[in-house]
Write a protein that binds this ligand. Structure first.
Ligand code: HEM
Ligand SMILES: *[C@@H]1O[C@H](CO)[C@@H](O)[C@H](O)[C@H]1NC(C)=O
Ligand SMILES: *[C@@H]1O[C@H](CO)[C@@H](O)[C@H](O)[C@H]1NC(C)=O
Ligand SMILES: *[C@@H]1O[C@H](CO)[C@@H](O)[C@H](O)[C@H]1NC(C)=O
Ligand SMILES: *[C@@H]1O[C@H](CO)[C@@H](O)[C@H](O)[C@H]1NC(C)=O
Ligand SMILES: *[C@@H]1O[C@H](CO)[C@@H](O)[C@H](O)[C@H]1NC(C)=O
Ligand SMILES: *[C@@H]1O[C@H](CO)[C@@H](O)[C@H](O)[C@H]1NC(C)=O
Length: 486
């Protein structure tokens, strides 16, 4: 009995020592929340945008919150973002990334392979090799859309726009990056998409470690299924000589990863490469369908594209479309950019204040809150304005200001710095090809002409492009003229 009490007291003391934290003058404002240890974890997980918006009102552009035992310093001043993005000495990217990789994919990769794997991606997703990916993606999209539509030549087909967009872009992306020319069997594709969607639904809870026991079992099972489906990928040379996935698989073999680890790594890449473009295409088409002016402007621009260049759109300029996509991503791209503080660091804020980042804490940027939804930068930030990123003369607009000072980061859906998205150009071209194809080859309309965009699923803030809660129902069919031509 006495020992129990002593142990309890010791545990209490230890807890106090570990979690007690006083704010020093140099620290950012500290907000621990009322719940011991957990702090603000609940509110943070439920709706991070709302929670961090509230903290911003209360504390300003920098503050530290306690979330599940960790202290996270949130920085919301876009003028100071470069201090975080460019510092590889005091701030570390890979530790937190490795933690997430382990939690979501149960994957541990040797630290030293990260540079190599990045280099391979750059080689394949940027530069000259991109044009063959651009072309291949266009071809797959074309085939898939045609296959989808030829099943119902005359009649309208009804479907949820989210499922329609995500499904098609996932399949085209899978065929382009993970498939080989012989194997485009639509049964297999649908099976992979289905399993992938189950995994995507569990992903946030996996990352936070908040799965219920039965969900844990399901996650295990879905991960297993996907790994099996991915196990032949990239093995044979015929996946296109020197394709990215083949080169990546070889790198994994070279560093001694076993087959299971290789498959999990491919699953991670599947998610990194397919998790954002589909949802982004959904939001863009949704905004166009619910904003007739925007739809008319984009269609007008597309109608000027000559038929000869229309399968891959490699060289055409589409500033109106680009602006509409940028605006879509401003509203719906919601990554956290997180680093671990491995050495104390001083942050200079735009207003001249200085704060110390403490070793062992995390620092987190949330560009959705600022710059993307910052009313000082973008007027009526909640509103979709397709021409927000266009100048009067129709050229891309890149000058945005806050308190009279020009911003480098006025929207940052792709992250930035060395850890920014390597697939950016491929993603933009894919979404452009998809929207072009759907708008020029199909008749597409809302089932309910007065339908509004669905709400966002607020539990997904921090993990890339948001997803809707519920669907936006559309109907579509092949354009009459297309049927006659083909
Ligand atoms: C609309 C579509 C997309 C958006 C908004 C997007 C956004 C992002 C963001 C925000 C990051 C993380 C940056 C950070 O942590 O600081 C990222 C990383 C990454 N993206 Fe994308 N992405 C998209 C499409 C793609 C596509 C199509 C590919 C595939 C080719 C791709 C491949 C990657 C990879 C491999 C990384 C990890 C880079 C690293 O490990 O450093 N992304 N993306
Ligand atoms: C990875 O590359 C960066 C520079 O690009 C370098 O500073 C770092 O030491 C490299 N890491 C490893 C493990 O090779
Ligand atoms: C592929 O598409 C992107 C986006 O439209 C474009 O910027 C890029 O130049 C294209 N790449 C090549 C090599 O054609
Ligand atoms: C699959 O590939 C064949 C040619 O190899 C092509 O004719 C067919 O349209 C493709 N199907 C899909 C759905 O991409
Ligand atoms: C979702 O899309 C797939 C094709 O990608 C289709 O087979 C399925 O019926 C769709 N589901 C719903 C609920 O619309
Ligand atoms: C919202 O997202 C979470 C996490 O992915 C998921 O568990 C939940 O089912 C989603 N809610 C809806 C209504 O789709
Ligand atoms: C394209 O990829 C191949 C490997 O398939 C590589 O040898 C080549 O250097 C890449 N080209 C560029 C311009 O990166």
């Amino acid at each position: 009995m006495i020992w129990t009490i002593i142990l309890l007291i010791q545990a209490g003391l230890l807890y106090f020592v570990l979690t007690h934290r006083k704010r020093y003058k140099t620290d950012p404002p500290l907000d621990k929340g009322v719940i011991p240890w957990l702090g603000h974890a609940f509110e943070f997980g439920k709706d991070a945008f709302k929670f961090l918006g509230r903290m911003k009102m209360k504390h300003g552009d920098i503050f530290t919150v306690r979330v599940a035992g960790r202290y996270v310093t949130v920085l919301l001043d876009p003028f100071s973002y470069d201090l975080v993005l460019n510092d590889k000495n005091c701030l570390d990217f890979s530790r937190y990334a490795a933690l997430l990789m382990d939690r979501i994919f149960q994957l541990q990769l040797p630290h030293h392979m990260q540079n190599k794997s990045k280099a391979i991606m750059k080689q394949h997703f940027l530069g000259m090799n991109l044009s063959s990916l651009n072309t291949s993606m266009g071809r797959h999209l074309h085939n898939l859309v045609k296959a989808e539509l030829s099943l119902n030549q005359k009649d309208w087909k009804e479907e949820g726009l989210f499922n329609f967009s995500y499904g098609l872009l996932f399949k085209a992306g899978y065929l382009t990056l993970f498939g080989d020319e012989q194997n485009n069997n639509s049964m297999d594709l649908s099976k992979i998409y289905k399993e992938y969607m189950k995994f995507d639904g569990l992903l946030i809870k996996l990352a936070r470690g908040t799965l219920k026991p039965e969900e844990k079992k399901l996650a295990q099972c879905v991960r297993q299924n996907l790994c099996e489906l991915l196990s032949p990928v990239g093995i044979k040379e015929d996946s296109g000589l020197g394709s990215w996935v083949h080169t990546y698989r070889r790198l994994l073999q070279d560093v001694g990863a076993d087959r299971d680890t290789q498959n999990k790594a491919l699953l991670m890449q599947l998610w990194a490469s397919q998790g954002n473009a589909g949802p982004a295409a959904f939001w863009l088409l949704g905004f166009l369908l619910t904003n007739p002016d925007a739809m008319a402007a984009v269609k007008k621009e597309f109608s000027g594209i000559s038929q000869t260049s229309d399968t891959c759109l490699l060289t055409v300029k589409t500033p109106v479309f680009d602006s509409a996509l940028e605006e879509t991503l401003r509203l719906t791209a919601a990554p956290f950019i997180t680093r671990e503080v491995v050495r104390e660091k001083t942050i200079h804020m735009a207003d001249g204040q200085e704060y110390l980042l403490r070793k062992g804490d995390r620092v987190c940027l949330f560009p959705l809150l600022s710059p993307q939804m910052d009313p000082e930068i973008h007027s009526e930030p909640q509103k979709f304005k397709h021409d927000r990123f266009l100048n009067q003369d129709g050229s891309p607009k890149m000058d945005f200001y806050k308190r009279g000072r020009k911003l480098k980061y006025y929207t940052m859906p792709w992250g930035a710095g060395t850890n920014g998205c390597v697939g950016k150009r491929l993603a933009i071209n894919t979404i452009r090809q998809f929207v072009y194809m759907v708008l020029t080859k199909c008749d597409l309309e809302l089932c309910d002409p007065n339908a509004q965009m669905p709400e966002v699923n607020t539990s997904r803030y921090g993990f890339g492009v948001l997803q809707p809660e519920g669907e936006l129902y559309i109907r579509y069919k092949l354009k009459q003229t297309m049927k006659d031509n083909e």
